[in-house]
Each structure stands twice: as C-alpha cells, then as structure tokens.
Design a protein. Structure first.
Length: 294
C-alpha cells in the first residue's frame, strides 16, 4: 500500500510539474506574440479606453508591423483610433520601410540580386547565390633554420565548387540599430564574417576584399595546406607561391564583385582574412573560406 501511495504521489508531482511547464511556455509564447504591435493591437487598445499617451508610448517603444494603406487608415478611423495615434503609426512604419529599402539598395549586386547578410557568395545573376561557409583550419609550427607555419584544412577537396563563369561577391553589412527594435546596439552575431568586422576596432565596421588573400591550397594526404613564414615564432606572411592575385569592383555600398584571373587553374582555393591592407595573417586565424574551381 505504501508503494502504491508513493507511486501515485510521484506521478501527481510529475503531472503538476508538466502543467507548470506547459503554462509557462504558453504565456511566454503569448508574450512574444504580443511584442509586435499591429493595427488590430492598436484598435484593441483604443476600444479598451487606453489613453493616447499610453498608446503612443507603446508605439515608440515596441516593434511594429503596421498596415498604413489608405483602406487600413480608414478602418482605424472608423474604429475610433485618434488622428495623432494614426499619424504616429504612419511615421514609425514609414521610417522602417525607408530603412529597409535603403539597406536593400546598399547590399545588391547592382542587378537583380540583394544580399541580406554579410558573407562571400557565388552563383549566376538572376539565380540563387550560394553562401560560402567558413571551414576550420589548424596550424602547426615546423622547422628550425627556416621555420614556418603550416595551415591545414581537413579533406582532399572543398564542399563548394565554383565554375569559371560563376560570379563571386563579397558582402559586408555593418551593424546598425534596427528602427523596429529596442536594442540600441544592434543584435550580436555569431557569423564569422561579422566577427571579423567586429575584431578590427571593437565595433562592427565595413571592410573590403583588399583585406583578404586568395590562396591556392596544396593537397597533402587527406588535407589541404598553405604555408606562412615565421619570425621569432610569430606569423609574418603567407608565402608568395600560394597567393593568387585577384581584382574586385564595388557594385553597391557594401557589396563587391570579385574578378578571378582569367587563367586560373582548376584546383583547391581559399579566401583567407589578413590584417588591414597587409600580407600579415591575423592572430589565431582559425577559419577560411575554401572552395574548388572547376
């Protein structure tokens, strides 16, 4: 009997614990849903007899997604929403729409494609572009009389293959305050390209392809490598025999088109980030944008 009681008591506790979890998840979800103000939210606040000052404060402090078309404004007016509140809705939504349009124009190929995130992309105009993912590299220090650093990427070939008629774009988007957010400093990103942009000066700033080197990788056993010189145990520069010169042109404020050499050979390559406008590797280079050319 005692064992039955303990079993029932344990299951009862589990039931109430599960109920608490469900309730918590429900209200958390409800809160997230209510965070973004919409036309229907403003109408509910108005019909609930909340004052204009309180509604205006909510509009200023909350993310919004308003419909400010003529028909929508007429519906708001018929629902009793005041002119001052409607004007505030139009003003906030217009600012958001204007910023979005500006960001899109700053991140385009100059043609039909617009990038929404920082990164290196390849593909064909008019088609979907593929973003190059950075690959982890490891380094080892070798030699006594002629010391060098050997950087290695696992695998004999890269995951991504770029054809000679593909276009390559570098896109660098500096972090800005989102008008539709209460976060003044912007949203931190775990993206490697954003991390590169942040480590330069402690803030997220635009950079250019001039701060990267195109490296031809050498296949060795089950990995691909490139080498850098060393002086007193410090990395100096990537050895010249691995470097492939490329050109680029700026096509929008944050986007650059990469022009590979016409005579580039099929093989394994990688874009490696360097310190600003030099051939010197950044400390703790741990990733590279590797690909193969067909």
């Amino acid at each position: 009997m005692c064992f039955v009681f303990i079993y029932l008591q344990e299951n009862t506790m589990r039931f109430f614990f599960a109920l608490i979890l469900i309730s918590t998840s429900y209200f958390a979800g409800a809160k997230n849903f209510a965070d973004t103000l919409k036309n229907s939210t403003i109408i509910k606040m108005t019909t609930s007899k909340l004052g204009d000052n309180l509604i205006l404060s909510s509009i200023n402090k909350s993310p919004v997604k308003f419909d400010i078309s003529p028909d929508a404004m007429i519906a708001l007016k018929k629902a009793g929403v005041s002119d001052v509140v409607i004007e505030s809705m139009v003003k906030k939504q217009s600012e958001i729409d204007e910023q979005l349009a500006q960001n899109l124009s700053n991140n385009s190929t100059g043609g039909k494609f617009t990038f929404t995130k920082s990164g290196i992309y390849f593909g064909k105009e008019g088609e979907k572009f593929t973003k190059l993912d950075p690959t982890l590299t490891t380094s080892s220090y070798k030699g006594i009389y002629f010391p060098k650093f050997v950087y290695s990427i696992d695998g004999k070939t890269a995951n991504y293959s770029i054809k000679k008629d593909n276009e390559i774009y570098f896109n660098f988007i500096p972090s800005k305050k989102d008008l539709n957010s209460t976060n003044n400093s912007g949203t931190p990103s775990s993206d490697y390209m954003d991390a590169i942009m942040t480590q330069i000066s402690g803030t997220n700033v635009a950079i250019s392809p001039n701060e990267f080197k195109l490296v031809q990788l050498k296949t060795k056993r089950n990995s691909r490598i490139y080498e850098a010189g060393s002086n007193l145990g410090q990395v100096t520069s990537i050895k010249g025999k691995y470097i492939i010169n490329f050109k680029y042109e700026q096509v929008s404020e944050y986007t650059y088109r990469i022009i590979l050499p016409a005579d580039i050979l099929p093989g394994e390559y990688s874009f490696v980030y360097l310190s600003k406008n030099t051939n010197i590797l950044v400390k703790q280079v741990d990733k590279a944008f590797d690909f193969r050319v067909e």
